[in-house]
Ligand binder design. Structure first.
Ligand code: C5P
Length: 233
C-alpha cells in the first residue's frame, strides 16, 4: 500500500500575482509551504507528494520551490480547479494512486502537524475508509444570523477538524465523483464521505497544528518555534 499526499494550494489567495501569498510567508527563512512539504517528505509512511496549484504557478513551483529547495518525494505538480473541491478532484485523477492506496489531503499552511499521528491515521483510513485529526472545541460556538444569536450549539459534541485527512483512494475518488455529479460542495473532503453516508474515524490532533493564514497566526507560529514548543524537523 502506497501513501500519496495531495496538497491543494490553488486558491486565488495563493496566486503568484498581487500581494504575498500566505504559503509563501517565511517561517525560519523558508516559505511555510516549503516547510510543510519538507516535513511531509520526511515521514517514512509517505510515498509521494502532489502539489496542486494554479496553472500560471506550475513552472514557478517546479523551479523556485521543488528544485530550489531540493524537495524530496514530489510527484506531480497538478493544475487546480475553480473551487478547492475541484482542485482535490483534479489531484485524485492525476496522482496515479491505486484503489487500495491511502490518500492524505493536507493544507500547505499547516507545517506543525503531529508526525506521531500519521502512522495511526493511515492505518485507520486503510481499515475504515476515512479518518481525520480533530481537537475538542475550546470556545462556545453560537449560530448567528443578521447580527443576532440564533442558537447555542452543544460544545460537548463539537470538534475542530484539522488536516491531514486520510482516505482509502477508492472511497475518496467515489465520494468526489458522486458529489460532483450530485452538485454537492463541502468545505473539506471528509464532508463528501459523510454526504455519501460512509463513516469517518476521528483521531486526536494537536493544538499546535495551526493553519497559518493571517499575520497573527504567523506571530504565533514564530513564537512557538522560538520557545521550542514545535520544531520544523
Ligand atoms: O480558501 P480556503 O482556505 O478554503 O482554501 C483552502 C485551501 O484550498 C488553500 O490551500 C487553497 O489554496 C486551496 N484551494 C485550491 N483550489 C481552489 C481554491 C482553494 O487548491 N480553487
Amino acid at each position: 500500500m502506497n501513501v500519496h499526499v495531495l496538497v491543494p494550494a490553488a486558491g486565488s489567495g495563493s496566486r503568484l500575482s498581487g500581494d504575498i501569498r500566505k504559503q509563501y510567508l517565511e517561517l525560519g527563512d523558508q516559505p511555510v509551504l516549503v516547510r510543510t512539504l519538507a516535513r511531509l517528505a520526511a515521514l517514512p509512511q509517505v510515498t509521494a507528494i502532489h502539489l496542486i496549484v494554479p496553472e500560471e504557478d506550475v513552472a514557478f513551483c517546479r523551479s523556485d520551490l521543488v528544485e530550489h529547495y531540493q524537495l524530496d518525494k514530489i510527484g506531480a505538480v497538478i493544475v487546480g480547479g475553480d473551487e478547492r473541491q475541484d482542485s482535490v478532484r483534479n489531484g485524485l485523477e492525476a496522482c496515479g494512486a491505486a484503489s487500495q492506496d491511502v490518500i492524505l489531503v493536507h493544507d500547505g499552511v499547516r507545517p506543525f502537524f503531529p508526525q506521531e499521528q500519521i502512522g495511526p491515521l493511515v492505518q485507520l483510513a486503510a481499515i475504515e475508509g476515512a479518518a481525520l485529526l480533530a481537537i475538542p472545541a475550546q470556545d462556545t460556538i453560537k449560530e448567528v444570523f443578521d447580527g443576532r444569536v440564533r442558537s447555542t450549539l452543544d460544545r460537548r459534541l463539537l470538534w475542530q477538524v484539522q488536516t491531514p485527512q486520510a482516505f482509502r483512494c477508492d472511497r475518496i475518488r467515489e465520494a468526489h465523483r458522486r458529489a460532483h455529479a450530485g452538485g454537492y460542495t463541502g468545505t473539506d473532503d471528509a464532508s463528501l464521505i459523510e454526504w455519501c453516508g460512509w463513516p469517518v474515524a476521528v483521531l486526536p490532533g494537536h493544538q499546535y497544528n495551526i493553519k497559518i493564514t493571517t499575520p497573527a497566526d504567523l506571530v504565533l507560529a514564530r513564537a512557538l518555534l522560538e520557545c521550542g514548543e514545535v520544531s520544523l524537523t
